[in-house]
Design a protein around this ligand. Sequence first.
Ligand code: URP
Ligand code: ZN
Ligand code: ZN
Ligand code: ZN
Length: 486
Amino acid sequence: MTTVIKGGTLITADRMWEADILIEGEKIAAVGPDLKGDTVIDAGGAYVIPGGIDPHTHLEMPFMGTTAAETFESGTAAAASGGTTMIVDFVLPGPDGSLVNAVKDWHRKADGKICIDVGWHVAITGWNQTIWQEMAEVVKMGVNSFKHFMAYKGALMVEDDEMYASFTRCAELGALPLVHAENGDIIAELQKKFMEAGQIGPEGHAHSRPPEVEGEATNRAIMIADAAGVPLYVVHVSCEQAHEAIRRARQKGMRVFGEPLVQHLTLDESEYFDKDWDHAAQRVMSPPFRNKAHQDSLWAGLTAGSLQVVATDHCAFTTDQKRMGLKGFPMIPNGTGGLEDRLAVLWTTGVETGRLTPEEFVAVTSTNIARILNIYPRKGALVPGADADIVVWDPKLKKTIRAANQLSILDYNVFEGIEVTAQARHTLSRGKVVWSHGQNERPRAGHGVYVPRPAFPSVNRALSVWKDLNSPRFVHRDPQNIPSGV
Ligand code: URP
Ligand code: ZN
Ligand code: ZN
Ligand code: ZN
C-alpha cells in the first residue's frame, strides 16, 4: 500500500517548492512531481511540512506534591491534532533514585497509550556513583540528553559540583546536558521575602523570579559546560539576560543552544497582574512570562539563529491543582499547557506577521531539534528514507482557541480567545493519518513508538579547545622534575 500527498507546497528548513510525496509503509519513498500512489491525500492550497517535534513536555509527571494532569494518551492526541508528531518527555527519578528504573517507569506509562512517537530526556537530581554508572546504561536505552534543574531548591535542584560532575560524564558518554537555568538559592530568598511582606498571590511568583536569576544561572551553566568540555542546551529561555549569555557563548565558538517557549514569545507578564486568582495561577510557570522587551529579544534570537527551537514545556495542572497554592504562591504547581497549539500560535504570531519565514518556522518547530538531538533525518526532514511524519498545513483554516474544544485534558487554555490563521488539515505519523481536521476522530492510542537516540559522535563533543588533552596548549609536567623553590 502506497500513499501520495498531492498538490501541496513543501516547506523545509531550507526551501519551499511544489512537489508530491510518496509514502511506502512508514517511510517517505520519493519526493518529486507527478507521483502516483494507491491512495491520495489532497494538499491543494496547503503547505506540506515535517511533523512538529516538541522537545519539552512533562506528561503525568509527579511534581510539587501532585502529578501533571495531562496523560500520555491525552497529551499525544492533543499534540497530533496540532501538527506535532513527536514529543521528548522528561523522565524524573522516583524515590529509589534509579535512572534506569525511572526510564522503565516512563515506558510503562507511555506504552500502548501514545498516539505519536516519543523520546526521553532523563533528569539528574543528585550525584553519586550509581548515577554515574546508570548514565551509561540510560544512554544504551536510547537517551542522549540529561536535564539539570538549577532551581526548585530542596526538591530537584542540583549544586554546581553535581552539575560539573554530571556534565563531565555527559562529555565522556557523548550526551547533551540540558539546564533549567534559574538561581534556586536567590529564588528561595525572594519567595520568603514576598511571602513575609504579604504578597502571597500569583503576582509574587513573577516578582520572585526576575530575569537576573535566569541570566546568572545561564551564564554559570555555560561556564560549567565550558569547563567540562561539553555542549549545552538551555531550556525555556525567557529573557534577554539569558539570551545574551547564549549569544555571547556562541559568538566565541561554543556549542550552546537556546529554546524559547511559544508561551514566552506570545504571552506577557500582564497575565499575572490585575487578573483573578485562577487566571493568574493557571499561568504560573517557571520562568514566568516577561515584558515586551524580553519577547522582542526572543523573536530576534529566532531570526538571527542565536535561539534555535520553540517548545512548550507542556506541564499541565488543572485549576483545582493550581488551587493548592491559595495560601501562598510558592505552593502553586509550576507549569502551563501549550502542545496542542504550538504550531498554530507560532505560525499566526510569527509567519503571518513576517517575523519568521516559513522555512524558519519549520526549522524552529522541527528540523533544528531533530539535528540537536541526533535523530535527523529520520525526523524533521522531507527526504526519501525519513519517517513519514508529515503535516498538511492549511494556511486558510482559522479558529479561535477555546478550552471547550481542545483534546487536552485541561479545563482551561492559556491561549483562550486567540484567533489562529492556520491549522493541520491532516497529520501523518509514520505514514498513517492520525488526525484529519473536521472529522472528529480522536488519534488512536497505541500508534506511537519510542524513538531511541544514539549518543553523539566524538567530533560534536568538544566545547573548549583547551580541554583537549592533545592540544599543544596543554603542557604535561613531570611532578618529579619540578625545580625546587617553586
Ligand atoms: O514551570 C515549569 N516550567 N514547570 C515544569 C517543570 C520545569 O521547570 O520545566
Ligand atoms: Zn516503551
Ligand atoms: Zn524547567
Ligand atoms: Zn520543563
